[in-house]
Design a protein around this ligand. Structure first.
Ligand code: ATP
Ligand code: MG
Length: 531
């Protein structure tokens, strides 16, 4: 600096052209050193690099072609700083793991095995965007709070780039960093399973191993569901363009043990979503339901299992209420003190319209992607308004195990692609119905290492027994039907004898054969109706 001052002085006093020459050569030297520092900074020791950078920047404020932006971890006025800082942190952690020589390693929150790598404070990372080179470094500054009780050092990331790329870096590059950082965070986060205890959510780490590969389903159905889910998860812009909230409803229905809950876990694993398992019966009223649902985060599956059992959502709520009012005798107020009655579990006041409002109204206003999934064993019991398309966009029937689905289970459980018993098992499966859960239980190894023959034999015996039971049931049904037909004929004859014509039309509801549609109630009584 002293040399620069003397050059400026001599420039004023003596020959001006001489001074220009000196000043020019000094600037050229400094710029040369500066460009060397920038280019080979990673080869220099950290301390030397910091000193050189500091002096070069001081000496060349007016010719320095580089711009720097600092992103602090904490800003008192704008809490979004932390969010931005953490986006950059995940972006750099991901890129640094292949480039940086000095990294910090921490265990991921709530994880015993996953490592989170981040850039060490003395390390610098070069990045490239559309052919332009830029550099990231991190550091610490003393916080302005000065409070001894708080961490008084604030971490920051510093981005350096050439000033001619200012617009490109401030605009598209930083949005790219934020978007990718967020996506990396989502990929690496520990997913959670939330359950509600009254009006509050509690959570545990969600680590269900289910996936679509191991799910026993017909290939066509599996492909359709997978495509639907992936299309949904990638359609943020499309949903915005058509003016619809980014949400999708799935109704999974079918007999117990056909994989409804397993499919929900597979969906969450596929899309990297959290699960909110909503227990409607413990929600006091519609206001509490609203509160719970507003608290759910983006990228989540909101599940209401066995929706037909959760509440009376069949549209007959009023009827039931009136009946209850008649049946329950009112006790004098003094019989139970208030502190006791307050603690008694009260029946939920959540109504069908409350639930519908939530699906269509408030929830739609919440930003982010969400799936809502209802499951039921009795789809016919549900109010059509609840499951109409637009609310429950996709209805998926999970039914008894097909031979194709059985082969998936055999591969999962016994590592078998084929076996001599497969043919016979296939034939038996055509004659009876068994759920994947039942089949899986037979395929579960009884010894280690597993003996496929033992497991397949056990399955075959069970299938044969089921076929035999179904045959007997069909026999009983035929006998019963013959009896009913005889009674009907007799009644017809009697009516003819007394009136000369059939004044009543008699319909017979025949009993269902074994394995018929699950939610049809079998009835053996003849239904009589006036014509
Ligand atoms: N389609 C399937 N693919 C693979 N495994 C299945 C399938 N269906 C059932 N299982 C096995 O059976 C067990 C029970 O299945 P799951 O709990 O998903 O049935 P569900 O349809 O939810 O039954 P419920 O109606 O009683 O709730 C699971 O742990 C899983 O191992
Ligand atoms: Mg279930």
């Amino acid at each position: 600096m002293a040399k620069a001052k003397s050059i400026v002085k001599s420039f004023n006093r003596t020959n001006p052209w001489n001074g220009f020459t000196h000043l020019g050569s000094l600037i050229a030297t400094l710029m040369f050193v500066w460009s060397l520092v920038r280019q080979y900074r990673r080869l220099l020791p950290y301390q030397l690099r910091v000193i050189l950078e500091k002096y070069c920047q001081r000496a060349l404020p007016f010719v320095n072609p580089y711009v720097q932006i600092r992103f602090s971890e904490l800003c008192s006025e704008n809490l979004m700083c932390t969010e931005l800082y953490s986006d950059i942190e995940s972006y750099l952690s991901y890129h640094s793991s292949t480039q940086a020589k000095r990294l910090k390693a921490d265990l991921l929150k709530n994880s015993q095995s996953k490592l989170a790598l981040s850039v060490d404070s003395s390390e610098e990372i070069a990045d490239e965007f559309q052919g332009i080179k830029l550099w990231w470094a991190c550091g610490k500054t003393m916080s302005s709070t000065g409070s001894p009780s708080l961490h008084n050092k604030t971490r920051y990331y510093r981005l350096t780039f050439h000033k001619q790329h200012r617009d490109l870096i401030i605009g598209p590059y930083l949005s790219h960093v934020m978007k990718e950082g967020k996506a990396i965070k989502v990929r690496n986060r520990q997913r959670k399973l939330y359950t509600n205890n009254g009006p509050f959510w509690k959570h545990v780490v969600f680590e269900h191993p289910a996936n679509f590969e191991t799910l026993a389903l017909e290939a066509k159905q599996k492909k359709e569901i997978l495509e639907d889910l992936i299309t949904f998860s990638q359609a943020e812009e499309y949903y915005a363009k058509i003016g619809r909230a980014w949400k999708r409803g799935y109704l999974l229905y079918g007999p117990p043990g056909t994989g409804k809950s397993t499919m929900i876990a597979a969906m969450a694993n596929l899309l990297n979503y959290d699960i909110y398992d909503l227990e409607l019966t413990s929600v006091k009223d519609n206001a509490e339901l609203r509160k719970l649902l507003i608290e759910t985060t983006s990228k989540s599956v909101i599940v209401i299992e066995d929706i037909d059992c959760s509440l009376d959502l069949t549209g007959k709520r009023k009827q039931t209420k009136v009946k209850q009012e008649v049946e329950v005798p009112k006790l004098p107020k003094l019989t139970r003190p208030k502190y006791l009655t307050d603690r008694e579990p009260k029946p939920s006041q959540v109504t069908l319209s409350g639930l519908l409002n939530f699906i269509d109204g408030i929830w739609s206003a919440c930003k982010g992607e969400r799936l809502i999934v209802f499951t039921t064993n009795h789809v016919k019991k549900l109010d059509p308004a609840l499951i109409r398309k637009g609310r429950m966009d996709k209805h998926i029937e999970l039914s008894y195990c097909s031979f194709e689905a059985f082969k998936t289970l055999a591969k999962n459980y016994l590592m078998l692609d084929d076996h001599q018993l497969f043919g016979k098992i296939g034939l038996l499966m055509k004659q009876t119905k068994m759920t994947p859960a039942e089949i899986a239980e037979h395929l579960m190894p009884k010894t280690l290492p597993p003996d496929p023959q033992v497991c397949l034999n056990s399955l075959m015996q069970s299938l044969e027994a089921a076929v035999e039971r179904a045959r007997l049931k069909v026999g009983e049904t035929i006998i019963k039907n013959t009896e009913i037909t005889a009674i009907v004929e007799e009644t017809k004859e009697e009516n003819k004898g007394s009136t000369g014509h059939t004044g009543l039309q008699i319909q017979t509801a025949l009993p269902l054969a074994a394995g018929e549609q699950h939610d049809k109630e079998p009835s053996t009584k003849p239904v009589v109706s006036d014509d």
